[in-house]
Design a protein around this ligand. Structure first.
Ligand SMILES: Nc1ncnc2c1ncn2[C@@H]1O[C@H](COP(=O)(O)OP(=O)(O)O)[C@@H](O)[C@H]1O
Ligand SMILES: [Mg+2]
Length: 294
């Protein structure tokens, strides 16, 4: 992570409801340029909503959201004038997202899935967009699948195409919403491997929502624990996983790791240097995950 820290994303007092469901409550969060932030929390705590707000897909009811000091949402108001809307589109080009269920275009090949946005948004000609798409497919190990349609790909391959597609517009801020949770366990590893490799390309800010605590521990610079639409606790992975200050964080980590140890070995794979879930689940006191030093 680069120093000094520069705030690239800021949520200030964000409120968001869907009808009677109050999803984000007085949510404050700062994300620093170049960091990988793991966002963890129980199902329904508002993690996906937070990412969708940042992607410009969901308006908020109150508070504000800024990207690099520029307003994305100011209360419920997005840009109104033409000029503001154009600025907002520019701002949102700095953000990309990979979804749990891939969201690939089903009637387009992997190559077309990747070249569409660069052609439309960056105005690239067909040949340049395809060259770029092939390069990205190579980066996720799927160059040979360029002419395949999504239904011809495994879940892991689909998600790798979706990751490559998110990279196609070279966003500064990349959001990952439980990108392995719709996959069969044996396919999780290949997607995590791609994410690990991408972590090394530096510079990009990443917000990773995940239930894979050992993966969060491994890749995150910082961990944020959310519950009931609020940030309950945040800190270094060592702090959150080994010595959480809040009882809610402890209860959550214990339940996640316990349920995982009941399901069998971690999908994280044999390459993991992190202590087993069973080791953690068995300990009732402090949180025990990961090696002593990272
Ligand atoms: N489009 C929507 N319409 C109605 N309720 C929604 C919508 N999106 C999310 N919710 C509700 O908001 C709450 C938080 O959802 P979500 O942000 O998906 O949580 P998480 O990703 O942490 O599981 C849940 O109760 C969910 O049912
Ligand atoms: Mg979610």
């Amino acid at each position: 992570m680069s120093t000094p820290l520069r705030t690239i994303v800021r949520f200030c007092g964000v409120e968001k409801s869907f009808g009677e469901t109050h999803v984000l409550r007085e949510l404050d969060l700062e994300v620093f340029a170049g960091e990988t932030l793991a966002l963890i929390g129980p199902s329904g705590s508002g993690k996906s909503t937070l990412l969708r707000v940042l992607m410009g897909l969901e308006p908020i009811d109150a508070g504000c959201v800024e990207i690099d000091g520029e307003i994305l949402w100011d209360g419920p108001h997005a840009a109104r004038s033409r000029r503001e809307r154009a600025q907002r589109r520019e701002l949102l080009r700095r953000v990309g997202m990979v979804f749990q269920h891939f969201h690939l275009f089903p009637h387009r090949t992997a190559l077309a899935n990747l070249s569409l946005a660069p052609r439309k948004v960056l105005d690239l000609d067909a040949a340049s967009a395809e060259t770029r798409a092939l390069e990205l497919l190579r980066r996720v190990g799927l160059e040979d699948k360029a002419s395949c349609y999504p239904q011809e790909l495994s879940g892991g391959q689909k998600q790798r195409v979706a990751i490559a597609r998110a990279l196609a517009l070279d966003p500064e801020i990349l959001l990952f919403d439980e990108v392995t949770s719709a996959l069969d366990p044996e396919l999780v590893g290949e997607v995590l491997d791609v994410l690990r490799e991408l972590a090394e390309d530096g510079g990009r800010t990443r917000i990773v929502v995940t239930h894979q605590m050992d993966f969060a521990y491994e890749v995150a610079d910082r961990v944020v624990f959310m519950d009931q639409g609020r940030v309950v606790e945040q800190g270094l992975p060592e702090e959150i996983f080994r010595a959480p200050r809040q009882e809610r964080t402890r209860v959550f980590l214990r339940s996640v790791l316990q349920s995982r140890s009941l399901r069998g070995p971690s999908a994280f794979g044999a390459t993991s240097s992190v202590g087993s879930a069973a080791e953690f689940a068995g300990s009732s006191a402090g949180i025990r995950i990961g090696p002593v030093s990272k």
